[in-house]
Design a protein around this ligand. Structure first.
Ligand SMILES: Nc1ncnc2c1ncn2[C@@H]1O[C@H](COP(=O)(O)OP(=O)(O)OP(=O)(O)O)[C@@H](O)[C@H]1O
Length: 322
């Protein structure tokens, strides 16, 4: 990476004697869209609270633009945060909410007005200046929260599951919009989600976290195509894990052929979700392998005998337990 904007160096954090973050080190490039991905409780929020200055690490450093900011007060950091629950000021209209940070900075009123208009147009909410938060939908409230953060032009924007409360359709739409916005603004985004699809869709790089540690860092393609560990292979895209002697391999279900191959087994399940038929086969040695196919036209039933197979180069050796 040529230009690092933010580094975490050996961050450790405990709560009530329990080690929550274990030696987290991470370099983030200027303009990146980096996603922290991991299941509930793995330490994602604690990590960004430390970046925001809302928590102090027990040891380790936070470096922003080459400066150690580990002990710096939150409001002195060139960082803004958008939380899942919008956190708009309920008694202020949209314009007042968005302009809040600029008023604190004592920017003249006519300039604030201009900046607020610009931010509203970026989140496609022109004309909503006078509405109160109660008169907005969830998606619109979230856009206001994002506008309120970007109007301050932070170097780094932290987003903690910002789309978590939205329904699936709106979520997908906002994902695309957020990505566009990030590109247009050139602000570094540090984004939290436990939704692997969201992470794969939006990020320049993904940091997969597990139990307070970083399990793997890579581009979406690297994480998906060459997971390092069994955990990453399963967590991102639900790969099959196949044990061959001492070794464990990840095999994506779309690479598993039905009806032809070296492995004999019995169909245990044929299900249909999100446009994909998923056929689960139990092999003679008891291992279960899923094969996925577009559409619904797979005429197989539990109990059917079948052979399956895959190409050797679609097997990725991974570390860890099956
Ligand atoms: N202030 C605190 N006091 C005590 N324990 C805390 C505190 N903040 C977080 N924890 C604990 O630290 C662990 C990690 O929490 P964190 O919120 O960072 O996880 P997360 O990955 O963001 O999870 P989620 O996806 O559910 O938000 C959890 O077990 C949580 O209970």
């Amino acid at each position: 990476m040529t230009d690092t904007i933010l580094s975490l160096e050996n961050i450790e954090k405990s709560f009530d004697g329990e080690n929550i973050l274990k030696n987290i080190s991470l370099d983030i490039g200027r303009g990146e869209f980096i996603t922290l991905l991991g299941s509930s409780g793995c330490g994602k929020t604690t990590t960004i609270r430390i970046i925001a200055g809302l928590e102090t690490p027990d040891s380790g450093k936070v470096i922003l633009n080459g400066k150690d900011i580990t002990e710096l007060a939150p409001e002195k950091r060139d960082v803004n945060t958008v939380f899942q629950n919008y956190a708009l000021f309920p008694h202020m209209n949209v314009e007042k909410n968005i302009g809040y940070g600029l008023r604190l900075k004592k920017m003249p009123n006519n300039e604030i007005k201009k900046e607020v208009e610009k931010a509203l147009s970026l989140v496609q909410l022109e004309g909503y200046e006078k509405r109160n938060p109660t008169q907005l939908s969830g998606g619109q409230r979230q856009r206001v929260a994002i506008a309120r953060a970007i109007v301050n032009k932070p170097s780094v924007l932290l987003l903690d599951e910002p789309l978590g409360a939205l329904d699936l359709m709106l979520r997908r739409q906002m994902q695309m919009e957020l990505k566009k916005l990030q590109k247009a603004l050139g602000i570094t985004f540090i984004y939290i989600t436990h939704d692997q699809e969201e992470a794969l869709n939006m990020s320049s790089r993904i940091v997969v976290m597990r139990d307070g540690r970083i399990e793997q860092i890579g581009t979406p393609e690297e994480i998906y195509d060459t997971p390092n560990t069994a955990f990453v292979a399963e967590f991102v895209g639900g790969a099959n894990l196949y044990r061959d002697g001492e070794k464990i391999y990840a095999i994506r279900s779309e690479h598993v052929r039905l009806g032809a191959g070296d492995y004999e087994g019995i169909v245990v399940e044929n299900s249909f979700t999100a446009g994909l038929s998923k056929v689960k086969v139990r092999l003679k040695d008891g291992q279960e392998i899923t094969s996925s196919h577009m559409g619904m036209n797979i005429n197989l039933n539990p109990g059917d005998e079948i052979s399956i197979g895959w190409n050797k180069n679609d097997m990725v050796e991974v570390q860890g337990e099956k």
